[in-house]
Design a protein around this ligand. Sequence first.
Ligand code: SAM
Ligand code: SF4
Length: 440
Amino acid sequence: MSKKVYIETYGCQMNVADSEVVVSILAGSGYEPTENINDAGLILINTCSIRDNAEQRIWGRLKAISHLKKRKHDLKIGIIGCMAERLKERLIETDQLVDIVVGPDAYRELPLLVAESEAGHKAVNVLLSREETYADISPVRMDKNGVSSFVSIMRGCNNMCAYCVVPYVRGAERSRNPESILKEVNELIEMGYREVTLLGQNVDSYKWDNNSGIVGFPGLLENVAMLNPLLRVRFSTSHPKDISDDLLYTIAKHGNICKHIHLPAQSGSSRILKLMNREYTREWYIDRINAIHSIIPECALSTDMITGFCTEAQEDHEESLSLMDLAGFDFAYMFKYSERPGTKAAKKYKDDIPENIKSERLSEMISLQSKLSAKSKKNDVGKVFKVLIEGLSKRSKEHLSGRTSQNKVVVFPGGNHKKGEYVKVLIERSTSATLIGNIV
Ligand code: SAM
Ligand code: SF4
């Protein structure tokens, strides 16, 4: 059997970071990553369960790769991550193609499980853990640019948002030892990386209790930022109920902490937020964005919105639109509500908004957000931004592409500059997705 592993990752940034941990664990038993699926003896699909269409995509993918198994009889296919955790043995029972099923807290067992499947057994481990953070594992970096990377600072989630499957598939919240986080970031700096994004489902509740006291998220963020002024630091995701002024002052204080906060609102209606169990109101959310604007005036804001949650009336939807307008989000991810089995919403409320209404509301939201995004980019024209170069622009070899601290993409004639360098760019015009300018 070929000792090459091909790993395909779906879903959030956390899954991207997890895949790098998985590759590192498998390297310990002689597996080398490959980018060519035809070369692999082991194919792993790191899955997402957040919405039904995410799972449907994965079923589709399994079907599409089924011919590989017919050609190569000793090929092993593993489903790992959130969908593995949600469906467990059922994945093997319903799909004869799947040999290995591993949940997000059982990756250390992968070498053993692969060996079991090589011996002809179906291998499953979906145990969740209260302690596992993979703190001691140095992820094998799979990104292509060598400039920015993800670093996981915690796992799981203790918030029981009524619509969300994450607490069920990724288990209880636990924070990772800050020393191991700083060590990993230092290794990235030594490898030439210039940007890290600290990841957790609710970074504001990061907490580590050691002999010298408690480290919270503002303290951790500050310690990471102080490792090297050339390193940019981002983080995701903040929760509106927990984001503190202390954190905002920390962001304002350090030039290398990016001035961008992703603060998922989900809805602009306090009634819907209550049903969603988000533990804040529309007024509270507005208070938090006012605090952001007053403490970090240059801060960009992005959000996640769900449309068509149970009982959502036209007025609730309009409140979502008006909140988006008021906040003037620079960017937003917008989703139609998708009922997830086992969640509080699935058990207690009826998924009663017809599909066509969900779709109509979603398109209305998307068209509002594209206006807001265009406006936010237009406001940047005539200003100078410090840009971290990520590589060549997709459209032209003469142009480079990078990001501002506010996470906006900038394209400009590159001259002799290279990825990983910082340049100052004067923005001359904008398109719907990009700022365009020249180095000054
Ligand atoms: N922990 C983060 C938070 O609290 O915002 C992100 C969680 S989730 C990976 C990313 C986004 O997916 C959520 O912010 C929410 O907007 C969306 N989402 C989660 N469950 C959903 C569902 N059942 N239907 C539609 N969208 C959902
Ligand atoms: Fe899901 Fe809410 Fe946890 Fe985010 S905070 S992962 S939406 S339960």
